[in-house]
Design a protein around this ligand. Structure first.
Ligand code: NAD
Length: 515
């Protein structure tokens, strides 16, 4: 059990400084009154002041990244570009613990999840290095004699990467490692709540660039809030805006980028569900659901928020999950402690959203079966620790259809698989989904075009914890983007279709005659 004592803010600030220095980031401002700040959700207090960028500085960063793109990077052979990402991967292996330290201090993730997030960065480095020799275009048979028809993939330009607080380093690496091997340069606007992790990543990448002789301006980081994000969104030199965050953010970003005919890739909110059928292995359901629903204190885009359980097994499944949550309740606390499973919410906003959602759920006939209470309030009045909650709902009320970024698991029942799929798909978001069943036909129906409408559809595992090898992203209000593995790299490049005439005649396509 966690011993309950939280570390003091000063020692956390010192640990953050040391981890940053080890990553190669120096020169943190000492000045009191700088416009930005670094904060830790572990105590809820400020660590130290930080220099945030001005819009002009953000524009200058775009100009520098654009110059690096046109002068060097786009013409550097892709396998050569892969050397930069390979070196980054080596440095990440060396500094895995340092970066994980920053993730825990700034995002409140428990140690093993923070280490797992850095491992994900290492994995995407490996993937991107392989990709640097596999940016394949196709060759198609031409309908014209003496002609060759093919496609070539070219770098796009500057990629503006805007990220959320809850995966402060992995999402950056999905975008940046792939963009860099594709020949793009990157300007990163991290969440205003996780600036230190961004400085740590940037420090490591700059070391890698120096080691392999790549231009430093292949990557710039601009700290700040939505106003700095908007600078990237509106700049025509930013060829692709890859933005991760809430659906509200995506709704603000998409039309602005579209208005200037730019490209965007959106990774937005989820409201993920698992269907539990009568044949499900209940042990798997419990383990899969508890990690997916309460891991990262319910602050993953893929967090399990809805459990749709067949009425024949709902009592057993609910009882087992409630038992597991009762044990979890004793393991809420300092994310650095080995026994802790649930760290703090990142902000008061998350806590208020959870409280309000539980109240609305009760008003809609929901019963809170376990959890929902605030913890450690006396130890740290400005920090927000909560017991993950399970709520039995009579139906899919409006509050269940919304993403509340906190650990609430709503349990509902169904009678037929059609009804379950309807409930499942009856929300605006479409990120991740799962079915627990031993019945192959049921699993296939859920995986089919008439089944789950999400971008991620799993069988007998929870909704969270995706691997980097697959394309990651979702439909509907989740934004439609795909990042990370598979052929997601295509979003970071432009395709040219080439027809080469080597025949000496000039036959026109479709048999057209002219002159
Ligand atoms: P948020 O929307 O508050 O902020 C995300 C980022 O967008 C931040 O960097 C913020 O400064 C920036 N931003 C906000 N408004 C902007 C604007 N108008 N123009 C430009 N930039 C703007 O999200 P958050 O609270 O940091 O993160 C939680 C949300 O992110 C949840 O909804 C979660 O589901 C989602 N998320 C989605 C994925 C995914 O891959 N689908 C991954 C992680 C998080």
């Amino acid at each position: 059990m966690p011993n309950g004592a939280l570390p003091d803010t000063r020692s956390l600030a010192e640990r953050a400084r040391i981890a940053l220095e080890r990553c190669g980031t120096t020169g943190l401002p000492e000045a009191v009154g700088a416009p930005g700040r670094a904060r830790t959700p572990i105590t809820g207090q400020d660590l130290f002041p930080l220099e945030f960028a001005t819009p002009v500085e953000a524009e200058n960063a775009v100009a520098a990244a654009h110059a690096a793109f046109t002068s060097t990077w786009r013409d550097t052979p892709a396998p050569e570009r892969g050397r930069l990402v390979h070196r980054l991967g080596e440095l990440l292996r060396e500094h895995k613990a340092d970066l994980a330290e920053l993730v825990t201090i700034e995002a409140g993730k428990i140690r093993s999840e923070a280490l797992g997030e850095v491992q994900e960065m290492i994995d995407i480095c490996d993937f991107a290095v392989g990709l640097s020799r596999q940016l394949y275009g196709r060759t198609m048979p031409s309908e014209r004699p003496g002609h060759r028809l093919m496609e070539t993939w070219h770098p796009l330009g500057v990629v503006g990467v805007i990220t959320a607080f809850n995966f402060p380093v992995a999402v950056w690496s999905w975008n940046t490692c792939v963009a860099l091997v594709c020949g793009d340069t990157v300007v990163w606007k991290p969440s205003e709540t996780t600036s230190l992790t961004a400085l740590g990543c940037h420090g490591l990448l700059m070391r890698a660039a120096a080691d392999v002789g790549a231009p430093a301006d292949v990557h710039r980081v601009v700290l700040g809030g939505a106003d700095i994000g908007r600078t990237l969104v509106d700049d025509p030199r930013v060829a692709l805006v890859s933005a991760t965050g809430s659906t509200a953010m995506g709704r603000a970003v998409a039309p602005r980028v579209a208005a200037r005919m730019g490209r965007y890739l959106l990774e937005l909110g989820g409201n993920n569900a698992a269907v539990v059928t009568p044949s499900a292995d209940v042990d798997l359901v419990v383990r899969g659901s508890v990690f997916a629903a309460a891991g990262t204190a319910g602050q993953r885009c893929t967090t399990l928020r809805r459990l749709i359980v067949h009425e024949d097994v709902v009592e057993e499944v609910t009882e087992r999950i409630v038992n597991a949550y009762e044990q979890l309740g004793g393991r809420v606390g300092d994310p650095f402690e080995e026994d802790t499973l649930v760290g703090p919410l990142v902000s008061e906003r998350g806590y208020e959203a959870m409280r309000a959602a539980l109240e609305r759920a009760r008003a809609d006939g929901g019963r809170v079966l376990v959890g929902g209470e605030r913890r450690l309030e006396k130890d740290a009045a400005e920090a927000f620790y909560v017991e993950p909650a399970v709520v039995r709902m009579p139906g899919q009320a409006e509050v269940v259809r919304e993403e509340t970024f906190a650990p609430i698991l709503y349990v509902m029942t169904y009678r037929t698989l059609e009804e379950a799929v309807e409930l499942h798909n009856g929300v605006p978001q479409g990120l991740s989904s799962a079915i627990f069943t031993q019945d192959q036909a049921e699993a296939e129906r859920f995986l089919s075009s008439a089944g789950s409408d999400c971008g991620i559809v799993n069988v007998n595992i929870g909704t969270s914890g995706a691997e980097i090898g697959g394309a990651f992203g979702g439909e509907k209000d989740t934004g439609g983007g795909r990042e990370s593995g598979s052929d997601s790299w295509k979003a970071y490049m432009r395709r040219a279709t080439n027809t080469v005439n080597y025949g000496g005649e000039l036959p026109l396509a479709q048999g057209v005659r002219f002159l």
